[in-house]
Design a protein around this ligand. Structure first.
Ligand code: SAH
Length: 237
């Protein structure tokens, strides 16, 4: 694990490290990420060109999104601060012989200092709600993207409904996620994320909600941003 002075919570990183070997099991603890991946990938690709572009995936974990973007022809760098998920991601990419896919254990703030304005697309999915200072991550993403490029975030909204659905429902009733996966106080309202983005010089361009039906066990993208949502931002050219 990287040093603890960076903008990261060691307990959060350890949680993902402990489950890393299960990352690519489509029926395991990360089943929700496997299920939502085609939806978010299509949404990203509907707005930003991926083929041949330089893409950064921040908080990539075991590489579900990063690898899928590389399969669409992007040159992808995935970064995370949890060592084991990165090891799993590298192994999976090797076994699946996915080209143009690299992984690195580095803080996004450090990469921003090393390589400003280097990426056409930056994605940061289901990660901000695990970080002590999400605004700092948003700033770093804004620094890393090229002028005219895209930054995509996804996270959990903060309101009574999201508490009920994302914590009580998903962790305690349905068992979709391990108990303790999410902490309510770290959830982020779309208005707060939009402010972080604006303060970082990004324009919040589009907002999409993600919903889940426990009966059909299906996710879909729509207008309901009450629980899980995605935000597309642009850095002005
Ligand atoms: N973005 C991936 C994984 C989401 S799980 C996906 O959506 O498929 C959350 C990930 O964020 C974990 O891999 C965890 O290690 C990572 N993470 C948590 N805090 C982080 C930080 N401060 N810096 C980088 N990654 C972090």
């Amino acid at each position: 694990m990287a040093e603890t002075t960076v903008n990261a919570d060691p307990q959060e990183l350890a949680k993902f490290g402990d489950l890393a070997h299960r990352w690519w099991d489509p029926e395991g603890e990360f089943r929700p990420l496997h299920q939502i991946n085609p939806l978010r990938l299509d949404w990203i690709a509907s707005q930003a060109e991926l083929a041949g572009r330089e893409v950064l995936d921040v908080g990539c974990g075991g590489g579900i999104l990063a690898e899928s973007m590389a399969r669409r022809g992007a040159k992808v760098l995935g970064i995370d601060l949890s060592t084991k998920p990165l090891r799993v991601a590298r192994l999976h990419a090797m076994e699946a012989s996915v080209a143009s896919l690299d992984y690195r254990e580095v803080a996004v703030e450090q990469l921003a200092a090393e390589r400003p304005a280097s990426f056409d697309v930056v994605t940061c999915m289901e990660m901000l709600e695990h970080v002590p200072e999400p605004a700092s991550v948003v700033r770093a993403c804004a620094t890393l993207v090229k002028p005219g490029g895209w930054v995509f975030f996804s996270t959990l909204n903060r309101n009574p409904k999201s508490f009920l659905f994302a914590i009580v429902g998903a962790e305690h009733v349905l068992g979709l996620l391990p108990k303790g996966t999410h902490e309510y106080a770290r959830f982020i309202r779309p208005s707060e994320l939009a402010r972080f983005a604006r303060d970082a010089g990004l324009e919040a361009d589009a907002l999409k909600g993600m919903s889940y039906n426990p009966l059909t066990r299906r996710y879909w993208l729509g207008e309901d941003t009450d629980v899980n949502y995605l935000m597309a931002c642009r850095r002005p050219a």
